[in-house]
Each structure stands twice: as C-alpha cells, then as structure tokens.
Ligand binder design. Structure first.
Ligand code: KG4
Ligand code: ZN
Length: 352
C-alpha cells in the first residue's frame, strides 16, 4: 500500500481516537510558526519566529528574504515546539500545514517540511487554508465557542463577512472589491512614515489624534455587504503627498485617527447589518486587524446594543500562528476533509 492509501485508513481512525495531537506549521508570510494542538482546542505549544525586524528596514515583506529566513528558522522552531509541548515526534498523530493563501516561496518551505515530516513519521498530512485558520483562532481562545456564527474576516490579505454554519461549512456574504483592510492600514502607515507592519502603529498614533478629517468610504456599496478600501487609502496618500509638495505640516495623529475611525465604522456597521439580516446572534472577528482595539470596541458595543454575543481571538492568536492551523485541521479531520498526498503544493490564493 502506498503512503496515501495507508493514510486514508489512519485518518479515518483518528476520528474516534480519544486524544489527537496535531503538529501544525504556518509559514505563509513573515512568521515561521509551529504549534502542537491537542483535540483542536488545547495549545500545548505555539512557537513563532517573527521576521518583522528583518523586513522593517525594507518597509514591507520582501518575499525572497522571507523564504530564506523560513528555511533558516524552521528546524529550530520545530524542535522548540516539541520540547515546549513536552512530547516526542512519536506522539504526533498528524501534521497540518498552511498550503495557501500567502507568498508562494514562503508557503513552500512549510509545505515541504510538513510533507517530509508526515512521510517520515508515517502520519496523515492535512492541508489547511490560512484564512480558515484565522477563524479557528477563536476556538483556541474561547473553549465554548461553536458554530453557527457570523465571521468578520479582517487580515492583511482578506476582508470578508462569512456565515459559518458549521466547522467546515462557510458561506460568503460579502468581500472587498479591491484592497484588504490590513493592506490599507499598511499603506496608510507607510505614507505616514510609520514602520512595518502598519496596523499596530496606526492604532498607537491614532490614540493621540482626533477625527478631524471625517473620511468616508464610497456610497456605491452602501446597500451591500461588500467593502472597498482603495478610495480612502488613495485619499490619504494624496492628502499627504500634496501637503509634502507644498511643504505643509500635517497632523499625522489626526490622519491616523480619522482613517481608523472611517474603516472601523465601515467594518463594524456592515458586520452588525449582516448579523441582523441573517438573524445570527454570535459575531466572531478573525485576522490580524482583529487585534485593533478600536474595531473591537465598536463591534462589542454594537453587539451589546443588539443582543449579539461578540468574540475576538486573544491577542497572540490574532496575527499569524501555527496553533490556529492545528485547531482548524482537527475539525477538518473530524469531517474527513483535507487529507493531502505527497504531491501537495502551495497556492498563493485560495477561495473563501
Ligand atoms: O492576519 P495577518 O497576521 O496576516 C494575513 O493573513 O494577512 O494580518 C496582518 C495584518 C497587517 O496588515 C497588519 O498591519 C494588521 O494585520 N494588523 C493590525 C493590527 N495588528 C495587525 N491592523 C490594525 N490594528 C492592529 N492593532
Ligand atoms: Zn494571516
């Protein structure tokens, strides 16, 4: 029997195993992360080697530099993940890996490491979507959270409203027609001369500013659950460039605050509208921008007013990490989904 045939049987047997230990690998962007997750909710270890300092000097992630640094980091991250979890490699029931979306070269490092490990240990390999991983960050943060719920997905690469009817059943209700919100945060931060990654820097600077600009997003998508952030991004970029050309001083904190107010209004209003129209009483935020306190403040207060439960991942699971991939993989395994063969490859884009 070849590897894949053997794994089909092993994978199926995991469904009824009492304790399932998944080692999960994430390398889609600039974090090399490996976690050990037990039964989808218990994080035994979650090691993250961040490359932020390396990319900061370039003002953003340089894909080739990211791939090379993943290669340098991954073996040590793996050893540390096992040792922190207090397990040996023989305890691993399955290996999970982010296969997309993300940077091709960066993803390939994780995918190839995962394939070699799964084959060497003779355990199943589970291919996980990074975006769905972000949703699962909530399962490790909130032990009692279960679908159905509505998810506001706000990362560097995706912005969407999803109806999560079951662990592996999602329906997209709205998405961005241009930039993802994290991308807009990063570009606005760059024009304000803030370091990469821009989101947390804008949040910090916004605290000392006021909403003096009253930016708005285009009215064209008002009656839909879709988003557009390229207009507001361009407005801020033009504002700063024009002022620079004229040698005028701008209040950067006011710009940061006004921008943050505008996008967090748009995101929170549409998320609540979606909950109401779908009659869903649970709202979950997911992805890096979910770390933004102003966004969480608005979502939480709207949810309160409308009798909706609100969930956000704990801060360390908002941005990229291996643990969320392990949680997602566990529930895929329970439904017999995601088993990959050794020809698994990386994908820069995945469907929501
Ligand atoms: O989910 P993530 O780690 O990576 C992707 O899957 O894309 O998200 C990264 C994005 C970046 O654009 C970063 O600027 C943004 O999340 N971000 C934030 C905050 N922390 C991270 N945006 C706004 N406020 C924050 N506190
Ligand atoms: Zn991410």
């Amino acid at each position: 029997m070849n590897y894949y045939e053997r794994m089909k049987e092993k994978y199926n047997n995991l469904k009824s195993k009492e304790d399932v230990i998944i080692l999960s690998i994430e390398s889609s962007c600039d974090e090399t992360s490996i976690a050990v997750v037990k039964n989808g909710r218990q994080v035994l270890s979650n090691i993250i080697a961040s490359q932020i300092e390396i990319h900061r000097r370039f003002g953003g992630v340089v894909p080739e530099v990211a791939s090379r640094n993943h290669i340098l980091a991954i073996s040590n991250v793996y050893r540390q993940a096992l040792s922190d979890a207090g397990i040996t490699k023989e305890d691993i029931d399955a290996v999970a890996v982010t296969y997309g979306a993300g940077l091709m070269g960066a993803l390939l490092v994780g995918v190839n490491f995962a394939k070699a490990l799964a084959y060497g240990l003779d355990v199943p390999l589970i291919a996980v979507s990074h975006v769905y991983g972000h949703i699962s960050a909530n399962f490790i943060s909130h032990p009692n959270l279960e679908p159905p719920f509505l998810c506001l997905m706000v990362s560097g690469g995706h912005t969407a409203i999803l109806k999560v009817t079951d662990y592996n059943k999602k329906e997209m209700l709205g998405t961005t027609i241009d930039d993802a919100v994290g991308e807009a945060f990063d570009k606005v931060a760059r024009v304000l001369s803030l370091p990469y990654p821009g989101g947390p820097e804008i949040e910090k600077l916004a605290k000392s500013g006021e909403n003096t600009y009253h930016f708005t997003v285009s009215n064209a998508l008002k009656h839909t659950l879709n988003f557009s952030f390229s207009g507001i991004k361009t407005e801020v970029v033009n504002l700063v460039h024009n002022a620079n050309q004229k040698g005028e001083e701008l209040n950067r904190a006011d710009i940061a605050c006004s921008f943050q107010e505008c996008v967090t209004d748009e995101l929170s209003q549409k998320a609540i509208t979606a909950c109401k129209s779908q009659n869903i009483k649970k709202l979950v935020v997911a992805g890096g921008v979910g770390a933004n306190s102003r966004l969480k403040e608005k979502l939480s207060s709207f949810c309160n007013e409308n009798d909706i439960e609100f969930y956000a991942p704990v801060l360390k699971y908002c941005t990229d990490n291996g643990a969320m991939i392990g949680s997602c993989a566990y529930y895929m395994m329970k439904d017999g989904l995601g088993l990959a063969n050794l020809d698994l490859t990386a994908r820069p884009n995945v469907d929501l």
